[in-house]
Ligand binder design. Sequence first.
Ligand code: ZN
Length: 148
Amino acid sequence: MQVGFSPVADDLYREIILDHYRHPRHRGRVDPADAVVEADNPLCGDQIDLSVRFDGDQLAEIAFDGTGCSISQAACSMLCDAVSGRSREQALDVAQRFRAMLVEDGSPNDLGDLEALQGVRAYPVRVKCATLPCNALLQALDPGEDAQ
Ligand code: ZN
């Protein structure tokens, strides 16, 4: 989908963000979990924990819990949606492309609902809200252990 910054796109994005905020996907806690990552953004007061369970190389289950602003909560919901059931490598790729879109001024690249957050790039304080789950996911995917 080609996207621009027209008012129509803005409205569409707002709708998508609000929908995820009001009806979050993957909310809760994976139990048992292979990794639980707590992350917070003191600038805004967002606080989440992200739990994941792997099945071999597949990210079989992912869930988030916590509190925060609409951007952070919607970003959690969208990101969990985007990586659930994917391989570790694919999940990593999504997280990196999402971060690139927001932090490196990259253009959105096949990110589905997550593309709705591209407008956040214009607000540096909110970027940390949007990247919060992304950072947690990167940590969950690579807990600092050597590859087997
Ligand atoms: Zn926030």
